[in-house]
Design a protein around this ligand. Structure first.
Ligand SMILES: Cc1cc2nc3c(=O)[nH]c(=O)nc-3n(C[C@H](O)[C@H](O)[C@H](O)COP(=O)(O)OP(=O)(O)OC[C@H]3O[C@@H](n4cnc5c(N)ncnc54)[C@H](O)[C@@H]3O)c2cc1C
Length: 288
């Protein structure tokens, strides 16, 4: 690995100034769990790493005036897992942490890094996309906000421009909604997912409404399965409907072949895990 300088600025403005120089080879770093692997394998050669972990502007978990759960980008995955606010406001996020990597990774990896990395084989991008989360992005030139689902452009590619960093993740209220995320791993239980599927619905008098379904890991970017959503909306929740939705979902996608499974195998996984995630929502409704 090439030599590099690690800088830990105390304030956001300092970090943004360091990242704003043209032709800079500086790179933002959160937990470093992905960045270090990329540097060791020779994919990146930054000369300066700008640590974001001490910036007060990227810390904290709180509810804002609009009722959104606001999570600072430097919040570790372990803090997400243990936060009472996350457990109450977005339980699907807290629950997913238990099978995301291992505790050593979760202790240092941050929510900002988990999104900015752009690896398609991750758990948080499909979950945060499915629950309509947004991110606030800042740079020395200004700020902007986008939906998490719009962050991803392709394989390890995001919308983030040079010098931009994610400051906050905002999750709208999930009151009255039922949401489940299921991942299938083909090695250990806490491995990167071969397929991850998130289902977020309202169920009134056993009728499904406003379904959001996002598939992760199988395609280059988290992808909403809108045809499946249409097939569910306005229909009575039933086992037959969940099976039909799983079959439809699988028929719509051509998953990537990779080390986690072949395309044909992942198509089967989409069918089965989409059916199961929907059934988990229906069971939760029955037990409510
Ligand atoms: C052993 C192991 C197992 C794993 N298993 C899983 C798994 O089961 N599921 C899963 O989803 N993931 C898994 N991962 C991946 C892990 O989730 C990521 O490595 C981690 O989320 C990246 O976060 P980080 O804070 O360490 O990012 P870093 O490594 O610090 O950064 C990653 C990228 O994001 C950029 N960046 C970081 N923070 C910001 C920011 N705030 N704004 C803009 N850009 C930023 C960096 O410049 C870099 O390009 C695993 C990783 C390991 C090492």
């Amino acid at each position: 690995m090439n030599p590099f300088e690690l800088v830990t600025p105390p304030k956001l403005a300092d970090a943004l100034a360091l990242l704003s120089h043209e032709e800079s080879t500086a790179r933002p770093m959160s937990g470093g769990t992905a960045l270090m692997l990329m540097m060791k394998s020779g994919v990146f050669h930054p000369t300066q790493l700008i640590s974001l972990t001490q910036l007060p502007e990227l810390q904290g978990i709180a509810i804002n005036g609009a009722g959104e759960l606001c999570i600072g980008a430097a919040t570790t995955l372990r803090d997400l897992e243990r936060s009472a606010l996350v457990q109450t406001h977005a339980p699907v996020v807290a629950q997913a942490m238990k099978k995301l990597a291992n505790v050593r990774v979760r202790n240092v990896a941050c929510i900002g890094g988990a999104l900015a990395h752009g690896d398609p084989h991750m758990d948080l991008p499909p979950i945060l996309s499915c629950i309509n989360a947004e991110i606030d992005i800042v740079s020395a030139k200004g700020s902007r906000s986008i939906a998490v689902i719009d962050l991803f452009r392709g394989y390890y590619e995001t919308q983030l421009a040079e010098g931009e960093i994610i400051q906050t993740v905002r999750i709208p209220s999930m009151a009255g909604r039922i949401c489940h995320y299921l991942k299938c791993t083909t090695r250990s239980a806490d491995d990167w997912p071969a397929v991850g599927i998130c289902v977020n619905v309202q169920i009134h008098a056993h009728v499904i409404q406003d379904a959001h379904i996002v598939l992760g890991s199988a395609l280059e970017v988290p992808t909403r399965l809108r045809e499946v959503e249409e097939c569910l909306n306005g229909h009575l929740a039933s086992e037959a409907l969940s099976v039909k939705a799983g079959e439809l979902g699988a028929s719509l996608v051509t998953p990537m072949d990779d080390a986690l499974g072949s395309s044909v195998y992942k198509k089967q996984l989409v069918k089965i895990y989409l059916t199961r995630a929907l059934q988990a929502c229906m069971v939760e409704d029955l037990n409510a």
